[in-house]
Design a protein around this ligand. Sequence first.
Ligand SMILES: [Zn+2]
Length: 364
Amino acid sequence: MNGLEICPFIRDLPKVELHVHIEGTLTPALRWKLALRNNIKLPYATFEELIDSYKVTYNHRKEVNGDDGRPTFLEAYFAGCQVLITEDDFYDLGMEYLSRCAEMNVRYCEPFLDTQAHIERGIPASTVLNGFLHAQQDGAKKYGVKSNWIFCFLRDRPLQEGLDAYAAARPWARLSDGTGKGLFHAVGLAANEFESPPLRFEKGFRIAKKDGLHVTLHCDVDQKDAAEHVREAIFDVCSGQGTERIDHGLNVLDQPDLVPALNQRGIGLTLCPHAYHRRQSTETLFPKIKKLIEENVKLCINSDDPTYMHDVWIDGNMQKVYTYCALSKADMVRLGKNGVEMCWADEQTKKELMVELDQVDVSE
Ligand SMILES: [Zn+2]
């Protein structure tokens, strides 16, 4: 279940990543290094013990399945965040991800960030945002990986807290009046979606749209009311004019009018197959993804939180779809082009990405 060997075609394919939570790329090695640097005691005596802690499959949801004592994915994820303290820490996190992108031939990405989880720990928003801003600038120069980031409201926190966090982060946005530092150009959602429908954050989306930012809505798979959340994202947020993308959204298949609605409105899905593979069998999951492709839903393949999902990164997620959906090389290039069409890079960058994808040899 955890990973497949990555073939040269997938390895070399030019990639765009649109659904990755930056703290979900914090490697055990960087976590260990930052814990030492910041004098933070981890509950692991050795690096090997820390590595072993990642072998768990975090596929349990207390709010849905009850508490059986096992840690959930989000508990592991937020435990990892504890080592991120200084601007340099956030910079290193951003640079490590962008360097990894270069190794996987990810040519452009739009990582999710949030400040709320860090403000809560006493870290100023400016520390988080300046660290990522400098990584954005240096990552483009050093690794040739361009990025535009997405500011997330935390789904399980009060609306007002999210609005305050957005107001504080706004100087780091790329605003339509030409001001702002240019780190993020969109808003989205992250954290636990249980009983927290997208419309709860309507006010935040409206403010961000007025600022000229894009909107993407995270709709977790098989969460309670999952299809209803997708329905709201499509039809109701900002009077049906809100979201341009849906992150995950696999539950569009649960109700017959949702796939046609996606296609009519040109809303794409940023899928992360390995995240679902933790909870669904190969025989259940991949026919669903194939069905979406056959129904011409615009979708692209991403990694979500690779270090907490068995070290399966975007290349591993693509390999799974390539193998288990039995797609052709041309199909995979098509998915890559979907990512380019769905991304919010400038027109010149998009054009260059399309040229790279057109040059891929798709002969079988
Ligand atoms: Zn996600």
